[in-house]
Design a protein around this ligand. Structure first.
Ligand SMILES: [Mg+2]
Ligand SMILES: [Zn+2]
Length: 193
């Protein structure tokens, strides 16, 4: 049996968008995120973070910080009785920095390299899954993996939606105020099945 998943962008979706999270103190969970993920846990969706962290390639912070921030994210969620089933990141950039971080990788969203890893690790069915993020690239990525895409209006979401949506090749299946609102919509879809 395969599991359904909700793939989650990190910055601007789970935590406050601050440009680059180049210090642990800049990682601040957005309101209602704990509640939202707890609900997904109860609905038995696998919750999987998929994030581009090109700040590593750009030399803004060491790769170890990504793991450190991930641990903080898990700890904060734990205090709200919520958990993540996986977290995958791309530290690369196609033309900035030095190899191996500078490379045309397959894992930078909207590339699907990270998803292939997650699907193998967690036995997921993308066609029954959702992708939630605050940028057009997240929606494109969701479409590419065959999941439904939800744009949240936190982080870069509002600006992306207001000024760039006409340029998007793929429209979101839903636009939500924040992660909690997005999960409420998923709940409705599930009830209608
Ligand atoms: Mg984001
Ligand atoms: Zn990569």
């Amino acid at each position: 049996m395969k599991y359904r998943a909700v793939f989650l962008d990190r910055d601007g979706t789970l935590n406050e968008e601050m440009g680059y999270i180049n210090h642990i103190d800049r990682f601040i969970l957005l309101p209602r995120v704990g509640q939202a993920i707890r609900l997904l846990n109860q609905l038995e969706f696998k919750t999987v973070v998929i994030t581009n962290q090109s700040g590593v390639a750009r030399g803004y912070f060491p790769e170890s910080l990504v793991l450190f921030v991930h641990q903080k994210m898990l700890d904060l969620l734990k205090t709200e009785k919520a958990h993540l089933d996986g977290s995958y990141y791309c530290p690369h950039h196609p033309d900035i920095g030095v190899p191996p971080y500078r490379q045309n990788c397959r894992c930078r969203k909207p590339g699907t390299g990270l998803i292939e890893e997650a699907v193998r690790d967690l036995n997921l069915d993308c066609s029954q899954s959702y992708m939630i993020g605050d940028r057009g690239v997240d929606i494109q990525f969701g479409h590419q993996i065959g999941a439904k895409g939800i744009l949240v209006l936190t982080g870069y979401g509002k600006g992306e939606w207001e000024y760039y949506r006409d340029q998007w090749e793929v429209k979101p299946d839903h636009v939500a105020l924040d992660l909690y609102d997005a999960v409420q919509w998923i709940l409705q879809q599930e009830c209608g099945r």
